[in-house]
Design a protein around this ligand. Structure first.
Ligand code: SF4
Ligand code: SF4
Length: 481
């Protein structure tokens, strides 16, 4: 597709490695126009929903039509379908993780984040390796096995060597029965060489939020610092994959720009990764802008309400069925409850979004990146999930078994991954119950495991799982399929 831009001809090309070509502004505008024109076109909407039912995904244009549609019965159909696809692909499992903030030193000027360089009244902190160890022990003692580490961009305070040392430290700590088995990384866009180093350090997913796909807004929202460079930021996932990282996680910060624009951009980014690397994003995160030190979310006039947020989650679920969806404790219990049903597959629990926050008895707020809406403990979150019929899973098996990138996706697409997810969820939940749960949570969990064992389709797998559960009861840990 050819589009004119300021006298130049820009080619929309999902296979291009240039940000402005695979996230073509003109293509997004045309998509939004097409969606608006067809928002009441029931015949087309039905065709798109029928295609989505095949669970092979939707294009950004198709999904945008559904986003624009406001016919209540059609929206209900979309919600029902999202719920069905969620059940078919993810069963009732919800993967648990926690963020770990390493440092809030940052040289960027992001106008929506309290860590921006010009914020002189926020306390700046960077964990020493000894402090990392203490944080990790605190997280292990809660029961976490999977972390997402976060750090601001600062070549002096947070160079790649520091991040690598932290990853190494995190993996090395074994406190009681605790272990962090997967470390995902959320750090600034970097070079292929640095991505290669992260790969060698055996990270799980590399996560980088685009924040906004709208280039002009992006440049205004990131007025200073290396992050100002839209192309470098947007092309980061291609460099990460070139550096050998198979699993990448996308996300936008809803509230910065028009959500319709971001949604189309997000799906175009996923299509681009699939077109170039043969594998789409491993995860998509859906943060919404929140209150924080020096940040008033009302200053951003593109905020979305809970209803639109739920619709976006449902549409992401049916547009990219194989991609995990993550929601953090930015969202309240009530909102999390709704979006888990509609498609979210991974949530954080017991999170602290400040540097060094896990070692403190009382939640510190002086270095927080955002207000945490869901302030419950991990045990409370686990209990709550089980009360709703979900299986909290602490599974980290895939990347440890080399099931990453296209290998992972082909297992996902064939449905074979289910043979691993369900028993792994039960075994890791059992570990949690044995080592960390309150008495009440343990009781509920044991009953859930007994019932859910019957949902393992292959008898052979079920028998092995039963055997492993018994061994876990006897004190042995870390079984996986
Ligand atoms: Fe720094 Fe990230 Fe915050 Fe921007 S969003 S100021 S890069 S920590
Ligand atoms: Fe995730 Fe793989 Fe574990 Fe399933 S088996 S929950 S896909 S890590």
């Amino acid at each position: 597709m050819l589009t004119l831009k300021k006298g130049r001809i820009t080619m929309y090309d999902p296979k291009s490695l240039k940000a402005e070509e695979f996230i073509s502004h003109e293509e997004i505008l045309e998509t939004l126009d097409y969606a608006k024109k067809n928002k009441d076109n029931v015949e087309l909407i039905d065709q798109i929903i029928a295609k989505a039912r095949l669970a092979k995904g939707l294009t950004h244009r198709e999904a945008s039509v559904l986003l624009a549609c406001d016919i209540p019965e059609k929206i209900q159909e979309i919600y029902d379908l999202a719920e069905q696809i969620k059940k078919d692909f993810y069963g009732s499992r919800i993967v648990m993780f926690a963020p770990l903030y390493l440092s809030n030193y940052c040289v960027n000027g992001c106008t929506y984040c309290p860590y921006h360089l010009k914020n002189k009244h926020i306390a700046r902190k960077k964990l020493s390796l000894e402090e990392v160890e203490k944080e990790v022990i605190a997280l292990q003692d809660m029961g976490h096995k999977r972390l997402a580490i976060e750090a601001g961009e600062d070549p002096v305070n947070n160079p790649i060597e520091y991040i690598l040392d932290c990853v190494k430290t995190i993996y090395s700590i074994k406190h009681k029965n605790g272990a962090i088995r997967r470390v995902n990384i959320n750090i600034a866009a970097t070079t292929v060489e640095n991505y290669r180093k992260l790969k060698e350090a055996e990270i799980g997913t590399y996560i980088l939020f685009q924040e906004t796909y709208h280039k002009e807004s992006y440049e205004k929202l990131h007025p200073t610092g290396p992050k100002h460079d839209y192309s470098y930021h947007t092309e980061a996932m291609d460099r990460a994959m070139e550096g050998g990282i198979d699993d990448v996680g996308l996300g936008v910060l809803f509230g910065l720009e028009l959500y319709q624009y971001e949604f189309a951009g997000l799906l175009m980014h996923a299509e681009h990764l699939e077109a170039v690397h043969g594998v789409g994003p491993h995860t998509i995160s859906v943060p919404r802008i929140k209150k924080a030190d020096d940040i008033d979310p009302d200053a951003f006039d593109n905020g979305i309400d809970d209803e639109i947020f739920a619709k976006l989650c449902a549409l992401i679920r049916i547009s990219v069925p194989y991609t995990g969806m993550i929601v953090s404790t930015r969202e309240s219990q009530k909102v999390r409850e709704q979006v888990i049903r509609l498609g979210v597959s991974q949530i954080s629990g017991g999170s602290r979004t400040s540097v060094g926050g896990y070692q403190e008895d009382i939640r510190p707020t002086d270095t927080e990146q955002f207000d945490v809406s869901d302030q419950r403990s991990l045990d409370e979150v686990v209990h709550w999930l089980m009360d709703m019929g979900y299986i909290p899973s602490f599974c980290t098996a895939c990347y440890r078994e080399g099931r990453t990138g296209d290998r992972f996706m082909s297992l996902c697409k064939s449905g074979q991954i289910q043979n691993c997810c369900q028993p792994n969820a039960l075994m890791t939940l059992k570990e949690y119950l044995m080592d960390y749960a309150s008495e009440d949570t343990r009781k509920v969990g044991e009953a859930l495991i007994a019932a859910e064992l019957n949902h393992i389709p292959k008898e052979k797998v079920r028998l092995i799982c039963e055997d492993h559960l018994q061994k876990i009861e006897n004190g042995i840990r870390d079984f996986r399929f």
